[in-house]
Design a protein around this ligand. Structure first.
Ligand code: FPP
Length: 247
């Protein structure tokens, strides 16, 4: 299959600066092959490598991957253990290459719920890649958009109670600055695999004006070409941010 150039299309923004991804369909990929769910997650790790390489080559500055949601804690213990183990394996296998490529990795979410070995692996990959200037990779673990907003509300309420914040001074920037993504611009493009038309509690605040691209491809089958398809589709969109057309 041939792919149009990523620089074609009417959009002035050639390449999205920040791409966020809901990596869905690992379980279905495994079920289609009569394999256990964890085999789908393991295969999904390959697609993670693929999209990172594609983003680096395309000049994407920030990639945010939804790897484990707050709701995922309700999955069977066996699957949770498999996902945490995979994260540890990923961190230790990839940290050197990511460092060499200039990728700074940050793991964002409620890490208080994560077990000790996973916590240590998170620290290892974050410290090994600190300062990487080519691309920022955010792995969202034990994350939910609503929980992040609740946590920001609590932090702001404490400052109001302590007399250091005037409620009338609270604006969108104040709230953005208290989210886990405080230092990041909002995503330009959200990709969701496996054909589901849902946000699933991901980056609820930050996705306000994000372009959404949904593909039927199951996450373990997602390739660099699928990434380019999403970017080309993004380039065809006209982003208006609630305003009228500029043409
Ligand atoms: C959703 O598919 C995917 C997950 C809950 C986990 C995502 C994890 C990975 C891609 C692998 C590890 C990632 C890193 C960064 C090491 P699902 O299980 O909900 O699939 P289904 O909807 O088909 O059941």
């Amino acid at each position: 299959m041939s792919h149009p150039s990523v620089s074609s299309g009417p959009s002035g923004d050639l390449v999205p600066r920040h791409i966020a991804v809901i990596m869905d369909g690992n379980g279905r990929w495994a079920a289609e092959r009569g394999l256990p769910r964890h085999a789908g997650h393991r295969e999904g790790m390959k697609a993670v490598r693929e999209i990172i390489r594609g983003c680096i080559d395309s000049g994407v500055e920030i990639l945010t991957l939804f790897a484990f949601s707050t709701e995922n804690w309700q999955r069977p213990e066996e699957e949770i253990v498999a996902l945490m183990t995979l994260l540890q394996i990923y961190a230790d296998q990839e940290k050197e290459e990511l460092r060499e490529k200039g990728v700074e990795v940050r793991v964002l979410g409620d890490l208080a719920r994560v077990d000790g070995p996973t916590h240590d692996a998170v620290e290892r990959i974050e410290s090994a890649t600190r300062g990487g200037a080519k691309m920022r990779l955010n792995l969202m673990i034990s994350y939910s958009g609503r929980a992040d907003i609740v946590s920001a509300c609590r932090a702001l309420a404490r400052r109001v109670r302590d007399g250091t914040l005037d409620p009338d001074a609270i604006d969108e920037e104040t709230i953005s600055d208290d989210l886990l993504t405080e230092d990041l611009p909002d995503p330009d493009l959200l990709i969701r695999t496996s054909g589901e038309f849902r946000i699933s509690n991901f980056m609820l605040w930050q996705l306000a004006y994000t372009e959404i691209y949904i593909t039927p491809v199951l996450w373990p089958d997602f390739t660099r070409e699928d990434l380019l398809d999403a970017v080309v589709e993004y380039q065809r969109r006209e982003r208006r941010f609630g305003r009228i057309s500029s043409s």
